[in-house]
Design a protein around this ligand. Structure first.
Ligand SMILES: [Zn+2]
Length: 436
């Protein structure tokens, strides 16, 4: 029976997005997308219209803008002045800072992400991880960007490849699983028997350290993804770690052995034809500073479907340029996307947003728009095992969406600009509502 169309009819929470160019697989398709703010899902538009005779509450004309799944960032250390690793005396302050970050991050098009802790003392994990686990159970759009679980980057990493991680907190001679559980906190590891979910979704470790290769299968069995990084691993050690269940390389090229023609290192596994491993996914920081654009293209062309853009953003992401205090008493200087220790050239993560990284990659690579979008949506969803839930415009997936405008830069290249954002089917950002 057709739904009533009188103005008094009950609201059904359905929005129809029309006039957009939808990112579907490798194509940009003209069409409509139906979403529900009640379930938070993408609807099957044909079914809604022809079978259930649903009339949307709202129809939004996207006027030719690109409609993509919401972006997913697998490596975010902080942003908008908040740092996941800084523990205040009062954890209510931590909760407040986190909530604020989530509401601001979503406006950059990042609808879900992994809050990331670079190597810390055990007590930091014990205090913070309970706040950083998956946050989407309530499907509350007003909470902003959704945590898909914490990414613990270290401290089981190589002392010679620690970058800006404090060498004082590294655990370079670990004792396998017991040391891992003691470090992150036994309460943060679900047993395989119960169905409680660990707040940890990803661990970056160096597979050549004692016990790391053998602990990998039990981490994976608990639903934790293992990524390899800050490592001295050779090509064959990387291959063994992939056989053990690791599925990703953390910020490829940075803090690892480079390609050598006789030992191609971690990067070499992108070209592996071995039948015993799947070629890994890999994070790339396309902020224009960490990697030469040709290096980015080389990695992309070696293994396009594994390519994932990450920001590695620090708390200065989203803040104005200037000098900022760091936790260890240092001062750091932010200039655009670049963040360096004051008086040095030492890079400290990045201050770029994910849409800026996607725009850079687009300008450098000649990749198509759907190929660029895949690197911030479907590819990170796949590595997390969420490919039907996130990073897709298919019916049944979460209605986390970004409408993108294409803007021409002064030099003639084009970039993406976030125009509107939806979380769980609710519009949470519209650039035209912002006071300039
Ligand atoms: Zn790192």
């Amino acid at each position: 029976m057709p739904a009533a169309t009188s103005p008094e009819r009950a609201k059904n929470g359905v929005t129809k997005l029309t006039g957009g160019r939808l990112v579907r697989g490798n194509e940009l398709v003209n069409g409509d997308l139906w979403i529900s703010s009640i379930t938070g899902n993408i609807l099957n538009g044909q079914e809604a219209f022809y079978e259930h005779h649903i009339t949307p509450d709202v129809v939004i004309d996207l006027k030719g803008k690109i409609l993509a799944p919401g972006f997913i960032d697998l490596q975010v250390n902080g942003g908008f002045g908040f740092d996941f690793s800084t523990v205040p005396d009062d954890m209510a302050e931590y909760r407040k800072g986190l909530n604020k970050l989530n509401r601001k991050l979503v406006r950059t098009g990042v609808t879900s992400y992994l809050p990331t802790l670079p190597s810390q003392k055990a007590e930091v994990y014990h205090k913070t991880l309970e706040y950083l686990g998956p946050s989407g159970a309530e499907r509350n759009a007003l909470q902003g960007a959704e945590s898909l679980g914490a990414h613990c980057e270290g401290p089981f990493i190589a002392g010679t490849k620690c970058g800006i991680h404090s060498p004082l907190v590294l655990r370079t001679a670990p004792d396998g699983r017991s040391d891992i559980e003691a470090c992150y906190g036994p309460e943060n590891f679900s047993s395989q028997e119960d169905d409680t979910r660990s707040p940890i979704t990803m661990i970056t470790l160096a597979p050549e350290l004692p016990g790391m290769m053998s602990v990998t299968p039990s981490l994976v069995a608990r639903g934790i993804k293992v990524s390899l990084g800050h490592t001295e691993a050779t090509y064959s050690q990387t291959t063994l770690a992939l056989q053990a269940g690791a599925t990703m390389l953390t910020h490829l090229f940075n803090a690892m052995q480079p390609l050598h023609h006789r030992d191609p290192g971690p990067f070499g596994t992108l070209g592996s034809t071995s039948s015993t491993i799947s070629r890994p996914y890999f994070g790339i920081i396309a902020d224009g500073i960490h990697l030469h654009r040709t290096t980015v293209n080389l990695a992309y062309n070696a293994h396009p479907s594994g390519f994932i853009l990450v920001t590695d953003a620090m708390k200065t992401m989203g803040l104005p340029d200037g000098t900022y205090d760091w936790t260890n008493g240092d001062k750091w200087v932010k200039k655009g996307a670049v963040l360096t220790r004051q008086g040095t050239d030492t890079l400290a993560g990045s201050s770029a947003t994910l849409v800026e990284c996607a725009s850079n990659f687009w300008a450098w690579s000649g990749a198509s728009i759907p190929e660029v979008i895949r690197a911030v949506t479907a590819a990170p969803a796949e590595v997390l095992g969420l490919k039907d839930v996130k990073g897709t415009l298919d019916a049944g997936g979460d209605a986390d969406l970004v409408a993108l405008d294409v803007v021409e830069r002064d030099d003639g290249t084009k970039r993406f600009e976030v125009d509107q954002v939806w979380k769980f089917g609710v519009k949470v950002y519209d650039v035209s509502d912002q006071v300039q």
